[in-house]
Write a protein that binds this ligand. Structure first.
Ligand SMILES: Nc1nc2c(ncn2[C@@H]2O[C@H](COP(=O)(O)OP(=O)(O)OP(=O)(O)O)[C@@H](O)[C@H]2O)c(=O)[nH]1
Ligand SMILES: [Mg+2]
Length: 318
């Protein structure tokens, strides 16, 4: 970047940072439920840090576990409920968390067909409570542990745990995903799909990354939370998903770049065929998010002013 460009960016980024508000306009609550041993705590740990190191060392949960991801104006709160049989009859707990939920991630161990029967009973119980509460939220069934050689495919899991219930709950929208905590992109993808659906269902049409994508004519936009968890948007789904692997590495690159060269949180990096503009925004005292714009088709100066304009619009979400 040339020096005059940098000055210009400095000026705009400063304005961006000053316009920052600390108000989350949207809070999305996602409940993780499913039989004991399915992998809810492991998924939650992965969401927390994306670090595989301690993800698999879990013990059966005896309390509700919580994880918060903050984006620009949106907060995602995940609650993992304990799945041991005795908690199924803790109606109070289920009612408490389900009545505020915006989506349910129902986690199943794909490699343990012996658990499918109970998984179906538990899902039935959960859907009945949602029906009593008059709530219609999307259900994401995560067929977890797909890394294991004996993992069964989604079709089998659908037939065993959802098909028998379909008639009773004809209006419920159920989405299936094959996931593994050993393959973080599979989990990132479910969250991204959930977010996309939420924004669509709630007719959020001034979505910051989508507007940014349009205005910069970029290939994709990625918003990393403080820990590098990516939420991304792209014109083509293929590009977005093929980017995830890269994206996970990119965050480390950006971290390094920011430490070395960046005073105001704005920079450009080039990796192979990619050009990436990124800006870091402080959200809370100790919390920042990083916005990355991949392969944009406007000048660097234009990016600065587009960002400034968008971030100043109070109606912009995410
Ligand atoms: N191979 C493999 N093992 C997994 C995966 N996800 C979880 N596990 C293992 O499965 C076991 C149970 O995982 P947890 O995350 O504790 O299960 P849970 O759903 O939270 O269980 P409860 O807290 O009892 O409801 C642990 O030993 C994990 O290491 C996965 O994707 N692949
Ligand atoms: Mg657990």
């Amino acid at each position: 970047m040339k020096d005059d460009e940098r000055d210009y960016c400095d000026f705009y980024m400063q304005t961006c940072l000053e316009t920052l508000t600390n108000k989350y306009r949207i809070t999305l609550r996602i409940v993780l439920y499913g039989p004991s041993g399915a992998g809810k705590t492991s998924i939650l740990k992965l969401i927390k840090t994306l670090n595989l190191k301690d993800v698999l060392s879990t013990v059966p949960s005896v309390t509700v576990e919580k994880e918060i991801k903050k984006l620009l104006l949106m907060k995602l709160i995940f609650f993992a409920l304990p799945g041991q049989k005795r908690y199924l009859f803790n109606r109070e707990m289920l009612v408490k968390y389900l009545s505020n939920a915006d989506a349910l991630f129902y986690v199943v161990d794909s490699a343990n067909p012996a658990s499918f029967r109970f998984a179906r009973i538990m899902l039935h119980h959960t859907l009945s409570i949602l029906a009593t509460l008059g709530k219609q939220i999307p259900i994401f069934i995560l067929a977890n542990k797909q890394d294991l050689p004996n993992a069964l495919p989604i079709a089998v899991i659908r037939d065993s745990i959802w098909s028998p219930l379909m008639k009773e709950f004809p209006d419920i929208k159920v989405y299936f995903f094959a996931v593994s905590v050993l393959n973080p992109t599979t989990v990132v993808r479910v969250i991204n799909e959930c977010l996309r659906l939420y924004l669509q269902l709630n007719r959020e049409n001034n979505v910051f990354p989508l507007r940014l994508l349009e205005l910069t004519n970029a290939e994709s936009i990625v918003i990393f939370d403080q820990d590098g968890f990516p939420i991304f948007f792209s014109d083509s789904e293929n590009d977005a998903y093929s980017t995830i692997g890269l994206v996970l590495e990119l965050f480390n690159l950006i971290q390094k770049e920011i430490k070395q060269n960046i005073a105001n949180g704005f920079g450009i990096i080039r990796v192979g065929n990619y050009t990436l503009a990124f800006v870091r925004r402080q959200i809370d005292k100790d919390y920042s998010v990083t916005i990355a714009i991949k392969n944009f088709h406007v000048s660097v100066n234009e990016i600065s002013s587009i960002l400034t304009d968008l971030l100043q619009q109070p109606s912009c979400t995410l």
